[in-house]
Ligand binder design. Sequence first.
Ligand SMILES: [Fe+2]
Ligand SMILES: [Fe+2]
Length: 188
Amino acid sequence: MVKKDSSTTVTTEMPKENVDTNMKKSELHKFFLAALKDIYYAEHALVDGLDKMQKSATTEELQDAFEDHQLQTKKHISRLEKVFTLLDEKAEKKECEAIKGLIKEAEEIIKSTKEGTMTRDAALIIAAQKIEHYEIATYGGLVQLALTMKHDKIANLLEKTLFEEEETDYNLTDIAETSINFEAEEED
Ligand SMILES: [Fe+2]
Ligand SMILES: [Fe+2]
């Protein structure tokens, strides 16, 4: 029902939320689904990653921030499960090399900084923000694709997660700039 390749505005009768057989065959739909599986994997990996980061952080403030975001991350997983349901697809993980690398980088920081130092927290915040930025880029793009494909409910769910990732990023900046970076600078 969708005419292939037309740069003019095409009006179609796409169903409101999803997924008829034609759409399921489209390359964009396949890409969208693969990207959802990728971030579904990433969110699972982050539950463990945030756990390690929380246990390794020096300050209670940063420990709490990681703990709060771990709880949010579990919500992100269940939102993605709703998205798969709305698409009439099984929730599946697809290994995500990017998040594996970012988590590895956080682990390297834990190894290479001294326990109990503010330098460790300053470095962990940057590692965590790299992760948030990856998620923000992913969810930002997926929200736009969902809107384009008229998956309004899905766009809405993904946008909720996007806002939480953004909020976490701001929060981490705030923690770094109000205390941790300055205290790290004082360390030998
Ligand atoms: Fe997340
Ligand atoms: Fe996140």
